[in-house]
Design a protein around this ligand. Structure first.
Ligand code: NAD
Ligand code: UDP
Length: 344
């Protein structure tokens, strides 16, 4: 059974990917420092998987320790989820983001390079969590991978820099196999309702905020702008079920291991939904009202953003399957069963 190391594997996307890897016959090793996740995730994962998962608790900034982890587990591939991801916080604390995200990636790549020098029989294989944020304010939709990249905040800047680091390293070391995955808007939860998104404090993202309004933890949603050039005036995004995203990682690992060619692909559905469509879908899925007020636009927001997912389909044989209704139903099962997240 091939081992796959998941940095940030206890987080929202990492935990769902760990289960998808197990279902596909891989052995995930979860590496996390629990900076933005809760150790109870491992208990939940064990309940769903029917057996405990392997955990390495520590920091990706610790290159020597990472090298030791790689030496002990000899993973066939690494998925690098670990990092900080709150846009607003990145504006207030840019150094935190440049350090944890960029230095974290450098630390991992150095450890992988050292592990490869010790055992040159296998090619280093890496999947990186990038984001649609690298497209900045796209000139048109749908977005293909060759669109120009830009950044509007330090978080997005770190994704761009890490992508460039990976491309430069791959140019110098063609034997490395790298899959850069640009996620659109991951939402939803595992159908068991045992794992899901558990943001600390006030959620920045739409779906967890809507879920907290529906469960009665927050009074109303602020809809950031209703005067965008979109069908109902509210922002349009490509929401993708986290289960589809997890399946995309399995497809990416398989493609890298089977064909050995690096790639950069969008992981999205190819469909856009407005804020008000999400509100209505969530009300239907939960049977609860989601009161909202129209508020000013959020600085830095783009009007609409959705993927052309054709390249991922051609290269990986992967396609998102879940509807917005399923995303809301699964998010609600998680939220209503765990109103205070993993602290419930
Ligand atoms: P998350 O915060 O739930 O997961 C990240 C995990 O990394 C957390 O468990 C955290 O404890 C861990 N971590 C952070 N710094 C670490 C360090 N130095 N050492 C070890 N562990 C560390 O976030 P997520 O939503 O699962 O996102 C995973 C990745 O996907 C991130 O890189 C994020 O930027 C990217 N991404 C997320 C979204 C989204 O909307 N969720 C969209 C696009 C890209
Ligand atoms: N949004 C909103 N109220 C909120 C959070 C988000 O109206 O409390 C809107 C936001 O303006 C955008 C959409 O919902 O149009 C998705 O926002 P999110 O932060 O989830 O994703 P991103 O903007 O990063 O794509």
């Amino acid at each position: 059974m091939k081992t796959i190391l998941l940095t940030g594997g206890a987080g929202y996307i990492g935990s769902h990917t760990a289960l998808a890897l197990i279902a596909a016959g891989f052995e995930p090793v979860v590496l996390d420092n629990f900076a933005n996740s809760h150790p109870v995730v491992l208990d939940r994962l064990a309940r769903i998987a029917g057996r405990p998962l392997v955990l390495e608790q520590g920091d990706v900034l610790d290159t020597d320790w990472l090298q030791d982890v790689l030496r002990r587990h000899r993973p066939a591939g690494v998925v690098h989820f670990a990092g900080d991801k709150a846009v607003g916080e990145s504006v207030a604390q840019p150094l935190k983001y440049f350090h944890n995200n960029i230095s974290g990636a450098v630390s991992l790549l150095r450890a992988m390079e050292a592990a490869h020098a010790e055992d040159p029989t296998t090619a280093p294989t890496l999947v990186f969590s990038s984001s649609a944020t690298v497209y900045g304010d796209p000139a048109s939709v749908p977005i293909t991978e060759d669109f120009p990249r830009s950044h509007t905040n330090p978080y997005g800047h770190t994704k761009l820099v890490i992508e460039d680091m990976l491309y430069a390293l791959n140019a110098a070391r063609p034997a490395w196999r790298m899959g850069v995955l640009r996620y659109f808007n991951p939402v939803g939860a595992h159908p068991s309702g045992l794992i899901g998104e558990d943001p600390a404090g006030i959620p920045n993202n739409l779906m967890p905020f809507v879920a907290q309004v529906a469960v009665g933890q927050r009074e109303h949603l602020n809809v950031f702008g209703d005067d965008y050039p979109t069908p109902d005036g509210t922002g349009v995004r490509d929401y993708i079920h986290v289960q589809d995203l997890a399946a995309g990682h399995v497809a990416a690992i398989r493609a890298l291991l089977d064909r050995g060619e690096s790639f950069t692909v969008n992981l999205g559905t190819g469909r856009g939904h407005s804020v008000l469509e999400v509100v209505r879908a969530f009300e239907k899925a939960s049977g609860r009202p989601v009161p909202y007020r129209i508020a000013p636009r959020r600085p830095g927001d783009v009007a609409q953003c959705w993927a052309d997912p054709g390249l991922a389909q051609r290269l990986l044989g992967w396609q998102a399957k879940h509807t917005l209704e399923e995303m809301c139903t699964d998010a609600w099962r998680w939220q209503s069963g765990n109103p205070a997240g993993y602290r419930s």
